[in-house]
Design a protein around this ligand. Structure first.
Ligand SMILES: Cc1cc2nc3c(=O)[nH]c(=O)nc-3n(C[C@H](O)[C@H](O)[C@H](O)COP(=O)(O)O)c2cc1C
Length: 338
C-alpha cells in the first residue's frame, strides 16, 4: 500500500502536493493496451487535467484510439478512487475543451466535500490488480460475486453481460481464435506488438511473458520480439487463447450504445471498477479483445453474450481464480505530468 500522505498531518500545502502525487501514482497503475500508458496530466491550482497522449497510440491494433481512450478511462477511475481514499471530493467535467479533443477530463478538487466510501474501499486493490494470462481454475465464480461485478460496471453507465455455460464459452473461444489468426497474419500487427515487448527493467511496454503467447515462446524478450515480428504464430496463439477462453469459468463483455470517445472513456472507468472489484474478491482477469479489435468480427460478439445487436462491444475479459502474474513497470509520475 502506498503511504497516505494525509494520514498523519493536516491538509497543508505540502500535504496537498503529496495528495496529488498519491492520486497520480495510483492513476498510472491503471491497465493500458500494450502497457502503452497513453496519458498525460496537467496540474492547475486545485485541478488535474487528464489528457490523451496520442504519441503513444497503437495505429494498427487500435486505429481510432478507442482502446487508448479506454485506458485513460481506467486511469481516471483510479484517480477518483485515490482521491476518495484521502477524503478529497472532486467534480469532473468530461471533454471540457471545445477545441482540444485530447483533453479528456478536468478533475476539480473539492477538499471540504465528503466522498463515497464505496470507491475508497477499492484503493488497496489498485496496486494488487495485474493482468494474469495463465489458465484459471475451472471453479465457477460465485453468483453473488458475478452480480457484484455486473453492478460495478453498470454503476459507470456501461452495459455488461457474463457467460459461464460451457457451450457459450466455446463459441466465444472459437471467435477469439479466428480473430487471433487474422491479426497474426498481418505483418503490421506483428511489428507493432513486437515493438512493445521489452526487457523487464524498462518503464513501459510488456515483458515477454505478457505478450499473450503463453508458453509458446519461452525465450528472452528480444528473441520473442524478433520471432513475433518475423513469423506468423497465429495458429499456435489461436489454439492457446482458445483453450484459455474456453477453460475460464466466466467471460465478460462490456458494451455501449454508441461508439465514440465519451463511450470509450466510460468503458475504461467501468473496466477498472470491475477489475478492482474482482481483485477484492480474490479473482484474476485477462483480456480476450481480439474479436472486438478485428472490425469484420466485432458485430458477432454481442449475440454470443446474449446482448442485442444494437450494443457495441468494447472489451471482453475472462475472469477466474489463479496465481496473479508479476506487476508490469510504469513510468514515474514526473514523466506523465506536463
Ligand atoms: C483497453 C485495453 C486493452 C487490452 N488488450 C489486451 C489484449 O488484447 N491482450 C492482452 O493480453 N492484454 C491486453 N490488455 C492488458 C495490458 O496489456 C496490460 O494492462 C498492460 O500490459 C499492463 O499490465 P497490468 O494490467 O498487469 O498492469 C489490455 C488493456 C487495456 C486497458
Amino acid at each position: 500500500m502506498l503511504d497516505n500522505p494525509l494520514a498523519s498531518s493536516h491538509a497543508s500545502e505540502a500535504a496537498d502536493d503529496f495528495a496529488v502525487r498519491f492520486a497520480l501514482r495510483h492513476a498510472t497503475l491503471a491497465p493500458s493496451s500494450h502497457n502503452s500508458q497513453p496519458w498525460r496530466f496537467v496540474l492547475g491550482k486545485d485541478s488535474i487535467m487528464l489528457c490523451a497522449d496520442r504519441l503513444r497510440a497503437l495505429p494498427v491494433v487500435d486505429p481510432y484510439d478507442r482502446e487508448l481512450i479506454i485506458s485513460c478511462g481506467a486511469a481516471l477511475f483510479n484517480l477518483r478512487v485515490a482521491l476518495a481514499s484521502l477524503g478529497i471530493g472532486y467534480a469532473i467535467t468530461l471533454f471540457p475543451s471545445s477545441v482540444d479533443p485530447d483533453v479528456l477530463a478536468e478533475i476539480r478538487l473539492l477538499r471540504n466535500h465528503a466522498t463515497g466510501a464505496e470507491l475508497a474501499a477499492l484503493v488497496g486493490a489498485i496496486q494488487e490488480r495485474v493482468t494474469t494470462r495463465h489458465a484459471f481454475s475451472p471453479e465457477p465464480v460465485d453468483a453473488a460475486i458475478e452480480q457484484h461485478l455486473l453492478e460495478a460496471g453498470r454503476a459507470e453507465n456501461v452495459e455488461m453481460a457474463c457467460v459461464s455455460a460451457m457451450a457459450r464459452r466455446e463459441a466465444v473461444a472459437d471467435l477469439v481464435a479466428e480473430a487471433d489468426r487474422q491479426q497474426f497474419a498481418d505483418s503490421r500487427f506483428r511489428r507493432e506488438l513486437a515493438r512493445w515487448i521489452h526487457p523487464r527493467h524498462t518503464e513501459d511496454g510488456m515483458p515477454a511473458y505478457a505478450a499473450g503467447l503463453g508458453d509458446l515462446l519461452d525465450f528472452a524478450a528480444p528473441l520473442v520480439a524478433s520471432a513475433i515480428r518475423t513469423f506468423d504464430l497465429g495458429g499456435g496463439v489461436a489454439a492457446t487463447h482458445r483453450e484459455l477462453a474456453a477453460g475460464s469459468p466466466l467471460l465478460v463483455c462490456f458494451a455501449t450504445g454508441v461508439d465514440n470517445a465519451p463511450a470509450w472513456l466510460a468503458t475504461g472507468q467501468a473496466l477498472e471498477r470491475v477489475l478492482l472489484t474482482a481483485t477484492l474478491h480474490g479473482l484474476c482477469a485477462s483480456y480476450l479483445n481480439q474479436p472486438v479489435e478485428v472490425e469484420a468480427l466485432r458485430a458477432r460478439v454481442p449475440a454470443l453474450f446474449g446482448l442485442p445487436d444494437t450494443c457495441i462491444p468494447q472489451i471482453v475479459l475472462r475472469i477466474g481464480r489463479g496465481t496473479p502474474d508479476a506487476a508490469t513497470p510504469r513510468r514515474p509520475v514526473d514523466e506523465v505530468v506536463a
